[in-house]
Design a protein around this ligand. Structure first.
Ligand SMILES: Nc1nc2c(ncn2[C@@H]2O[C@H](COP(=O)(O)OP(=O)(O)OP(=O)(O)O)[C@@H](O)[C@H]2O)c(=O)[nH]1
Length: 445
């Protein structure tokens, strides 16, 4: 008795479940937001409301007149004819049971839109039919397009800023560079980059510096370094790299993520600025600022190591008549020519500065009085024998001295000035040695 009752319940339960399921399937079909249709031999014989809405079919009765080809434009965006390309996919679904693809659709109002299509073959007692699920992906594509556009904008901004981004993946032992960095490093796009290849591209003189910064970054310090890179063709660029290590929860360094900026041009401008700050614009000789720095260093060297430094002061004779007779431009030209003439006679450590107007000063490290006299005399003769543009002949008067440990810049320049005055008074075009007196410096400097 008990067994009979239980079978009846089971039977009732099974009947109830089937009808519920049918109800649910129907609801899923009619309420689905995806457009679903069934077709056979190109004719649609059933669809859900989402399909009618998506393709703007006003009434279900119109389905009878509708061919599956009416739902696509004549050609797909890749130029293929929709009917031919569509048939290939239908055949694939019939043969293999399914086919998934992206497709350009067209509704009855003529609006075209991209869609994702899933075709399933259904083997029904009345024959093989195809179920198609069509999903409008125009919004997704618009989002993808916007994302692509943003990526391109970012790349463009990075290009303008000469900036690139990189990831050093320690787990895979590789470095991933953006396009920009391959250009910055002069490497072929897409080359597999390892730490060793990166270090090879770093200027040999900067490698230790980069490795030290990298090791510090591995201990958690920010990676922030300026270094040079050498292109395979030998060109050198200067870059500013910044990065930060990412650690896993157990404290393992997983990867370093960062940026690198090409600052070659900025460095060139800085160097140009620094150079112009210590250079006389007309002649290209150093200016007084640079001379003042160098004389202080020479005095410090003398006091520390007893290294002798000589100074020569040079003043063009009768320069005023040059300007008065030939004009200021010719006077300028004489100053430039004279500078080149002197510079060609100097050693690398010697420094030529324009002291003012038509006066120049030479600082000669590691030079004694007799050597300085020899150079001064040589310069005097060179100037007197040189044929200057327009003016042809000019002469110069020179004085010289060596730095004394009790000197200050002011005292030795005073000594030189006095000796130069004597040279002028003695008839110009001559060299006078300033007596090496022990000076007491009371001038603030
Ligand atoms: N063209 C040109 N002339 C300059 C420049 N700086 C100074 N001078 C000129 O140099 C001349 C110097 O004249 P003075 O100080 O009288 O000396 P000098 O005529 O050379 O006579 P001595 O030094 O006594 O032999 C002046 O005419 C200045 O105008 C410059 O940058 N360009």
């Amino acid at each position: 008795m008990a067994t009979q009752h239980s079978i009846k319940n089971k039977t009732n339960g099974a009947e109830a479940t089937d009808s519920t399921l049918l109800h649910r399937y129907r609801a899923a079909f009619t309420q689905s937001r995806d457009a679903i249709l069934f077709f056979q031999h190109g004719r649609i014989f059933d669809c859900n409301p989402a399909f009618l809405a998506l393709f703007r079919i006003p009434h279900r009765k119109q389905l009878a007149k509708l061919d599956i080809d009416n739902l696509s434009p004549f050609k797909q965006p890749n130029g293929q004819r929709s009917d031919i390309a569509g048939n290939i996919r239908i055949k694939r679904a019939l043969n293999t049971g399914q086919a998934f693809f992206d497709w350009q659709m067209r509704d009855l109002g003529g609006r075209e839109f991209p869609a994702e299509v899933m075709l399933y073959r259904l083997d029904l007692p009345e024959g093989r039919v195809l179920q198609a699920t069509v999903r409008d992906i125009s919004e997704r594509q618009a989002q993808r397009q916007a994302l692509l556009q943003r990526e391109q904008d970012l790349l463009e901004a990075q290009r303008i800023a000469c900036l690139g981004n990189w990831i050093s993946d320690f787990e895979r032992s590789e470095i991933r560079w953006c396009e920009q960095i391959y250009q910055m490093f002069g490497r072929p796009q897409g080359e597999h980059i390892t730490h060793a290849i990166f270090m090879q591209a770093v200027h040999p003189d900067d490698r230790d510096h980069v490795q030290t910064a990298f090791d510090a970054a591995m201990r958690g310090a920010p990676y922030d370094i300026v270094h040079r890179v050498v292109h395979p063709d030998g060109r050198v660029r200067t870059v500013h790299a910044r990065g930060q290590i990412e650690f896993s929860p157990d404290g393992q360094a997983r990867r370093m993520i960062g940026t690198v900026q090409d600052i070659t041009e900025q460095k060139r401008l800085e160097a140009e600025l620094a150079h112009s700050a210590i250079t006389d614009h007309l002649t290209g000789a150093f200016n007084r600022k640079r001379f003042d720095e160098e004389i202080e260093k020479a005095l410090a060297r003398l006091r520390r190591n007893g290294v002798s430094t000589a100074l020569i002061l040079l003043d063009i004779d009768h320069f005023k008549p040059v300007n008065d007779t030939h004009g200021h431009d010719v006077g300028d030209q004489v100053l430039v020519e004279l500078t080149h003439l002197i510079q060609e006679s100097l050693r690398v450590p010697d420094l030529l500065a324009r002291w003012g107007g038509e006066e120049f000063v030479l600082l000669l490290p590691d030079t004694g009085l007799s050597e300085a006299y020899y150079l001064a005399e040589r310069l005097r003769q060179l100037i007197a024998s040189h044929c200057f543009t327009v003016v042809r002949t000019i002469t110069a008067s020179l004085s010289l001295t060596t730095l004394q440990s009790t000197d200050c810049p002011h005292s030795c320049m005073k000594r030189l000035d006095e000796a130069l005055y004597q040279a002028k008074h003695a008839g110009r075009n001559q060299v006078i040695e300033a007596p090496p007196i022990v000076s007491v410096c009371n001038q603030p400097h």
